[in-house]
Design a protein around this ligand. Sequence first.
Ligand code: NAD
Length: 478
Amino acid sequence: MKRITVAKGDGIGPEIMDATLKIILAAGAQIEIDEIEVGEKVYLAGNTAGIAKESWDIIRRNKVFLKAPITTPQGGGYKSLNVTTRKFLGLYANVRPCISLHPFVRTKHPGMDVVIIRENEEDLYAGIEHQQTDEVVQCLKLISRPGSEKIIRYAFEYARQYGRKKVTCFTKDNIMKQTDGLFHKIFDEIAKEYPDIENEHWIVDIGSAKLADTPEAFDVLVLPNLYGDVLSDVAAQIAGSVGLAGSANIGEECAMFEAIHGSAPRRANQNLANPSGLLQGAILMLVHIGQNDVAEKVQNAWLKTIEDGIHTYDIFKEGISKQKVGTKEFADAVIERLGQKPSQLKPVNYSKGSALKLPKYVRRAPAKKDLLGVDIFVHWSGTNPDELAALLQKIELENVKLSMITNRGIKVWPEGFEETFCTDHWRCRFKHKDGQNITKQDIISLLSKAEENNIDTIKTENLYAFDGVQAFSLGQGQ
Ligand code: NAD
């Protein structure tokens, strides 16, 4: 018997959770349930996190959490509980299988069978955002070696366990050479440890076009957080419907299972919603807790129900579907079919699945770090970069000189183009005149002289080389 935490959520959440639990309990799931309250009611009672402290204690004790969708109230101040849960509990891997159910659910891609493995904790979702000038805001994109190694290794281990042939990685490392570049580099490193599994990398734009057009060309996809968020919805939708896909959020200690869709408030309390997405989440959970036989039984009965044309409104199509049913009737139809297998769709065999056990991340020896310069970001409302350069040259030190100014990344000094549009946010690069290292004290002196000269500095970024390799971007056009 495994104790799990359940949250029924908002909108259609309670209906689809009741249906899901009814099905898996009828199939013989050996679970005991601790129910907690999360979401709208908790937010509106003044808890901006949407969850009480005692509920965290229950989630952490049980380690396995089945969660229905919740409504994050509109307006500032409310933090998304989904993002918080993933990050608090270190749920670094988001696994989303997207499989077409042709010819029973309409899709342009009958042969689609893709698993998207999305990094869940970092990238632009670190949520570190600032307004820095009147005209410019920024969001920090953080990609780490441990974060990338863990998710990429998870993808290869997943492929190996489930007998999949290929792992594909998408990044935009032709532009983001440091962040996406690191993810791609680690993908290449880890792929070498799995010679039995094919690997490939695509630039995310053309890769996404290919995924939307020919999803049969892909097997397992491993993606940084933002691309994974967007593309897993695309993949679920083109496989049939976002209403059919579930997801697992996996960490070293804890795991959370859910549907990928939201709380669909307009459909709530009408016995309309399709419980399949959450049921798919529950099936991933059953495999995770080692109840593979129950998972297999539920999945095959669910496939048989879909195959028999018993469909909720969202996938109901005249000519394909046989009977339009509500949430409860759909659940009863799955329960009636427990023990049966689909005859046209491929029955599943989950004998091989289990929670993946990955080696702990091992931190490498620190590299030799050289401070080669500093980018000082300045809020300045002028328009002529030559004037700004003249101001900045007043704060130069004996050996540390202004070497470049960029605006939104494009070099505007020296030798900028008049045509380049400039905002009030300027990156001003200072380096040693002979290419030697500078010191932290040099940076402090530059900032202090800037202050004396009424230059509005908004932040600095140190320019490093790690083990002799320059580790910062050049200005565009430099
Ligand atoms: P949504 O996924 O709730 O709904 C999008 C569309 O899909 C709607 O037309 C809806 O009726 C339909 N739909 C979704 N699930 C369905 C189901 N099971 N059966 C039938 N139809 C279904 O997205 P939204 O409208 O953008 O968001 C509504 C709320 O859900 C928002 O408050 C949002 O913050 C929240 N949300 C929560 C989660 C989560 O808890 N994991 C995820 C996404 C959105």
